[in-house]
Design a protein around this ligand. Structure first.
Ligand SMILES: NC(=O)c1ccc[n+]([C@@H]2O[C@H](COP(=O)([O-])OP(=O)(O)OC[C@H]3O[C@@H](n4cnc5c(N)ncnc54)[C@H](O)[C@@H]3O)[C@@H](O)[C@H]2O)c1
Ligand SMILES: O=C(O)[C@H](O)CO
Length: 386
């Protein structure tokens, strides 16, 4: 028998029981659910990562939908429990859903939501910050100051890499990868090389237009190239940022062999998912190549790091905070809640999950649609005409 978990209840007499496995930022998401006759139960357990047993206990005997987190293991056991409790809706409060077994959700007819778009720029901004922090050794220099070691300007003190005119490499040029590429090209006048399964015509057009603008101002233009293999990016780029989804094709995409093809002074940034990098191989590479630097937001065995990583001066490491701006996190909570609410109410699916702004405008009612359901097709859910 699982231990009961502590909860906070809003609108106790609501008809539909919706659970959030964590308190989420803002109150709009709660109000939107309450206005539509939901009883909202928020898990207030102190422990960060809930176990499958904790979540089964939260679901109980009657539950219409759950808003969950990327730290939870949403597989066969949980979807079966949700289905037994009458639930037909689950949403991750995240765009990535590698913690969800979508086939299991399909089997029980549960819709799986995610939160694209609202976190694109925020996440790209952190990838740009990590690129800069690694290139200019900001964390090392900060530690040096705080340790009282600064005793005057020196020609060799914390010399790093100039980004202007160098090449930025993007692996996975989807929403976030493209936003990051634009920031690095426009902000630092870097050339772009990218690798994705699909061509990013909008990104290419952006770089071409910016290059022409620079040229018309008498400046060196920037260029783009779509690589035919990931290795081409690794060989040619000075800063490489990883933005693919995590799946079988991207697990350990960066490993001992691929690290060896990168420039000795390259910078590698990861704001996608930890297992995209073989972290043991990375630690060894950082040890052998002190001029090689990394900026990491995600780790292979979160919340843990592989032995040795924390000691590496050439690594900048932050705890999975890439989407952590107030506007974005409140927006993610709203989208997740509307995914669950929309399925409960029988709303259709929003036609373009890359264009979620109408759901985020606080001064108007959100459209009567589910913002983003990843298994909509498999479940045969209708698409909104709005
Ligand atoms: N660190 C964070 O807090 C944070 C925040 C947001 C998203 N993410 C991660 O970033 C990922 C990307 O988010 P997005 O909104 O840009 O998604 P997206 O679907 O728009 O982009 C992913 C891109 O990866 C490409 N891709 C897939 N397999 C590939 C492969 N084998 N090689 C090269 N490219 C491949 C796809 O074609 C797509 O263009 C999410 O799935 C999530 O895991 C992390
Ligand atoms: O996938 C996501 O959305 C992130 O990892 C958290 O924002």
């Amino acid at each position: 028998m699982a231990k009961p978990v502590s909860i906070e209840v809003w609108n106790p007499n609501g008809k539909y029981r919706v659970i959030s496995t964590k308190p989420m930022p803002g109150t709009r998401w709660i109000n939107l659910l309450i206005e539509q006759d939901c009883r909202v139960e928020i898990c207030t357990e102190k422990k960060t990562i809930l176990s499958v047993e904790d979540i089964i206990s939260l679901i109980g005997n009657k539950c219409d939908g759950v808003i969950g987190q990327l730290t939870e293991d949403w597989g066969e056991t949980l979807f079966a429990a949700l289905s037994r409790a009458g639930g037909k809706a689950f949403s991750n409060m995240a765009v990535g859903y590698n913690n969800v077994d979508v086939n299991a959700a399909n089997k029980y007819g549960v819709a799986v939501g995610n939160t694209p778009g609202v976190l694109t720029e925020t996440t790209a901004e952190l990838a740009a910050s990590l690129s800069l922090a690694a290139a200019r050794r900001i964390v090392e220099a900060d530690e040096f100051m705080r340790a009282g070691l600064y005793d005057g300007w020196l020609p060799h003190l914390f010399v790093g890499n100039l980004l202007k005119g160098q090449t930025v490499g993007v692996i996975g040029a989807g929403r976030i990868g493209s936003a990051y590429a634009r920031m690095m090209v426009e902000g630092f006048k870097m050339n772009l090389i990218y690798y994705d399964l699909y061509q990013s015509t909008r990104l290419e057009k952006f770089v071409t237009a910016y290059g022409e603008f620079l040229k018309s101002n008498g400046e060196q233009p920037v260029h783009w190239k779509r690589a035919s293999s990931m290795d081409e990016v690794l060989r040619e780029a000075d800063v490489i940022s990883l933005h693919p989804v995590l799946d079988k094709t991207t697990y350990h995409l960066i490993n001992k062999e691929s690290l060896a093809t990168m420039k000795k002074e390259a910078i590698l940034v990861n704001c996608s998912r930890g297992p995209v990098i073989d972290e043991v191989a990375l630690v060894e590479h950082l040890k052998q190549n002190p001029m090689f630097r990394v900026g990491l937001d995600v780790f292979e065995d979160e919340p843990f790091m592989k032995p040795g990583l924390a000691e590496m001066k050439n690594a900048v490491i932050v705890p999975h905070i890439a989407s952590a701006s107030k506007w974005t996190r409140e927006g993610m909570a709203t989208l997740a809640a509307l995914n669950v609410l929309g399925k409960i109410k029988g709303y259709p699916i929003w036609g373009d999950s890359n264009r979620v702004e109408p759901f985020l405008n606080e001064s108007v009612r959100p459209p009567a649609a589910c913002p983003s359901i990843v298994n909509a097709k498999a479940l045969g859910l209708p698409v909104s005409k709005l």
